[in-house]
Design a protein around this ligand. Structure first.
Ligand code: BGC
Length: 369
């Protein structure tokens, strides 16, 4: 038997329960002990029954999609995974449509049908359980050196996918070609914003992180430790910041506020890219907000509004590589994003915690790397 955190959207209940231990269904399935699961806004929306869907024919969904796990027993031949290997599972499974080219070519993060499943989110059980089984093809191997930080790989993939697309988007201007690091503004200083800032600094971008809170906060300190500039948008509105700095080639929005995101186009240089990663709640635009002005700026500036969600294997691999580089450049820093740790029994507290940067549930007892 395995304990797991389950959400029942019909009876509107959630909590820990004991479920049957998952079994391997084919030779390529791998059994894993879950070590850690990170909590994000999506998990909170699921326990508030605003999002999420159990697998077809079931009442309950095992929560959890940010995960670090360890292979149990000898891994199947030819999978490249070893006994006791640390691994991070990929969140989205492809849809089954024969004509969905992205899903048929491991690009399920660009699924065309919307019929994909996402572990811990919709139609597939997640990872907030003592034991899970995953096909080897959906696992990304993690070196032991990242035992303390690899649970951050999944939220980091959000930035990695944007960075992967930047190269393709930059190619639209023949004379400038490949994306070169320039000035980037990250809007939002939660885990995704700060991890995005880290990935950008590692690639040589000059990074400003803009968020509401007035420094000093742990989030501002983290941004500054990376060598980024932190500004409070209360003290320095984005428009003023853009005028003062000369603007940004890239604005990466990770705040989940559509109005703030679109206003940030005021900070874009000609040909700039606004990458949107936050899931804004639907609702009317703020009074005084002029969408026509935003669109006019985007058109006259040849700018790109790029929405980006989920991530492919390549992004998970890039996240692991960046966490390794980050550890070399700023030893111990990435781990500081994890500001609270909870045992499995206190999963509900971890999900509802407010404050801090990232809450992590330690499913199995912590082990030295
Ligand atoms: C996850 C993504 C997922 C998205 C929408 C995010 O929290 O990180 O993998 O695609 O939610 O379901």
């Amino acid at each position: 038997m395995s304990r797991a955190f389950l959400v029942d959207p019909v009876r509107r209940r959630s909590g820990l329960a004991t479920i049957r231990e998952p079994a391997r269904r084919c030779a390529h399935d791998v059994i894993l002990d879950v070590l850690e699961v990170g909590i994000c806004g999506t998990d909170r929306e699921i326990v508030e029954f605003a999002f999420g869907e159990p697998p077809t024919g079931e009442d309950r969904l095992v929560l959890g999609h940010e995960c670090l796990a360890r292979v149990v027993g000898p891994a199947p031949d030819g999978t490249g995974l070893q006994d006791e290997q640390l691994a991070v599972p990929i969140v989205r499974d492809p849809c089954e449509a024969a004509d969905c080219a992205p899903c048929r070519h491991d690009d399920q993060d660009f699924c065309l049908t919307g019929q994909f499943a996402e572990h811990g989110i919709r139609r597939a059980h997640g990872f907030l359980a003592e034991r899970i089984v995953m096909p080897a093809a959906r696992l990304v191997a993690v070196p032991d050196a990242l035992r303390a930080t690899a649970v951050l790989a999944e939220p980091l993939t959000v930035a990695e996918k944007v960075l992967r697309q930047l190269a393709a988007v930059a190619g639209r201007v023949p004379s400038t070609g490949a994306a070169r690091p320039g000035a980037a503004l990250v809007v939002g200083a939660g885990p995704i914003g700060l991890l995005a800032a880290m990935a950008l600094v590692l690639r040589g971008w000059t990074v400003t992180v803009g968020a509401r809170s007035v420094a000093p906060t742990p989030n501002a300190r983290f941004a500054e430790a990376l060598g980024a500039r932190y500004v409070s948008t209360h003290e320095l509105p984005l428009g003023v910041l853009a005028a003062e700095t000369g603007g940004f080639e890239l604005v990466l929005e990770a705040a989940g506020d559509a109005t703030v995101a679109l206003e940030a186009t005021a900070g874009l240089r000609p040909n700039g890219i606004l990458a949107l990663t936050g899931l804004s709640l639907p609702g009317p635009p703020r009074a005084g907000f002029d969408l026509g002005e935003v669109i006019r700026r985007v058109v006259l500036g040849n700018q790109v509004l790029l929405g980006s969600v989920n991530a492919a294997r390549a992004d998970f691999e890039a996240a692991i590589a960046d966490l390794l580089r980050a550890e070399e450049r700023w030893p111990g820093l990435a781990e500081q994003l994890i500001t609270s740790r909870y045992p499995l029994e206190r999963s509900a507290d971890a999900i509802h915690t407010s404050g801090g940067i990232k809450a992590v549930i330690e499913v199995q007892e912590a082990q030295a790397a």
